[in-house]
Design a protein. Structure first.
Length: 108
């Protein structure tokens, strides 16, 4: 499997785990709690495979974290009816912009 596919799977697993935290009710509900543990476990396994393939850790972590932040916020707004405003949108865009700058800087 390619490094970027593993990175995409790591992001998806982390987002699934993070959203499941909301439904685990402090790890008192079994199903969501299992998703949290399995999701984070797989996310870290997939990240290890990305790093094993030789991608730089700073770039990998930045992409993983920024994509996770943006996607969890999007899930919150679209499916969990959480509020969003211009300041939050600007913050998400700044996180993504920071990752772009890290990526560009790593190629310099």
């Amino acid at each position: 499997m390619g490094a970027y596919l593993y990175l995409a799977l790591a992001i998806a697993a982390e987002v699934t785990a993070t959203v499941s935290l909301r439904f685990s009710e402090g790890f008192s509900r079994l199903g969501p709690s299992i998703l949290v543990i399995a999701g984070y476990g797989f996310a870290f396994f997939a990240l290890s495979q990305v790093l094993k393939a030789g991608l730089p850790i700073g770039v990998v972590y930045a992409v993983w974290a920024a994509a996770g932040v943006a996607l969890v916020a999007l899930v919150g707004v679209l499916f969990l009816k959480e509020p969003i405003n211009l300041a939050m949108i600007a913050g998400i865009l700044m996180v993504i912009g920071g990752v772009v700058l890290i990526e560009l800087g790593s190629k310099a």
